[in-house]
Each structure stands twice: as C-alpha cells, then as structure tokens.
Design a protein around this ligand. Structure first.
Ligand SMILES: [Zn+2]
Length: 72
C-alpha cells in the first residue's frame, strides 16, 4: 500500500491502467489489494498521474476500490 518507483512510476499518487479492457485510474495512497497494482506494473500497463482529474480527462474511470467509482 505505497507509491511505486518501478515500471513507469516515479512516486506519483495516481496510476492509470492502460489495458484497453480496464482503463481505470487508482489512488496509490488508498490502494486496496483488489486494485492489483503490482500486476498492472508487471504487465507494463501503468501510467503515472499526479492529478486524478487529468487521468479522468484522458478517459480513465475511477477505480471502484480505492477511489469509489465516480468519475468526479
Ligand atoms: Zn484501485
């Protein structure tokens, strides 16, 4: 349950899953095991964001586990 410095991540709070079947953004400061962040990084689908709104603007939905599922 921590920010990452691996894959494409360099300590940013938000991680977007670029997998075409997922397209979700996660809040690493509120990470849940259901988010499977390490699996996302291992698959190379991690994209860092410092702002959740920026990820939403890029078309990523909020993760239901760590953010709550709304897009705002
Ligand atoms: Zn999540």
């Amino acid at each position: 349950m921590t920010r990452r410095h691996q894959g494409h991540m360099n300590g940013e709070q938000y991680l977007a899953n670029t997998s075409p079947s997922k397209r979700e953004v996660h809040d690493l400061d509120n990470e849940k095991t259901a988010c499977q962040i390490d699996e996302i990084i291992r698959a190379g689908h991690d994209k860092p964001y410092t702002s959740r709104q920026a990820a939403n603007r890029d078309g990523y939905d909020n993760c239901a586990h760590c953010i709550g599922g709304s897009t705002r």
